[in-house]
Write a protein that binds this ligand. Structure first.
Ligand SMILES: [Zn+2]
Ligand SMILES: [Zn+2]
Length: 155
């Protein structure tokens, strides 16, 4: 009862934004040639990606990815059910963004919301061209840093 009801979805959004920021910058670093070979090539090994690629990481990349959410628990208060929601969104989007086909309707993907949210057609392009579309949930950082090349026509 410590937090008002409106805080429940707000906490989820804060976690997604924070995780997205962490992911964007660590992901960009891992695309530097030296780090790529050491940490990130495993994730890009299946071409084109399949749903299994969502959880296919080198142990070092797995560690950088795994520390983010537990660390946030100490910084941003969240109800355990909302934490479960964050992990659910993380897992579902991770899997669906690597399936190679877009599960959301075209009019949603090409809507105003679609310009800011990442789905399969956006991440597919990252796996095709490597040096673009680094984000996890949102296109904010890609747009702000000029790394957003838009959607892949192949997903
Ligand atoms: Zn990927
Ligand atoms: Zn990558």
């Amino acid at each position: 009862d410590a937090y008002p009801l409106w805080y429940l979805p707000v906490a989820v959004l804060l976690y997604l934004l924070a995780h997205d920021t962490w992911f964007y910058w660590t992901h960009r670093l891992m695309h530097r040639p030296k780090w790529f070979r050491k940490m990130h090539a495993v994730h890009h090994a299946s071409r084109p990606p399949t749903a299994w690629a969502a959880m296919s990481f080198h142990p070092w990349e797995a560690i950088t990815g795994a520390v983010a959410i537990p660390a946030l628990v100490f910084l941003i208060p969240i109800h355990v059910a909302m934490l479960g929601t964050v992990l659910l969104i993380m897992t579902v989007m991770g899997v669906t963004n690597h399936m190679g086909w877009e599960m959301f309707p075209r009019r949603l993907v090409h809507s105003k919301l679609g310009e800011w949210v990442i789905t399969a057609s956006h991440h597919q392009r990252h796996h095709e061209e490597y040096r673009c579309n680094y984000g996890l949930y949102f296109r904010f950082w890609d747009r702000a840093c000029g790394t957003d090349r838009g959607l892949s026509p192949n997903a």
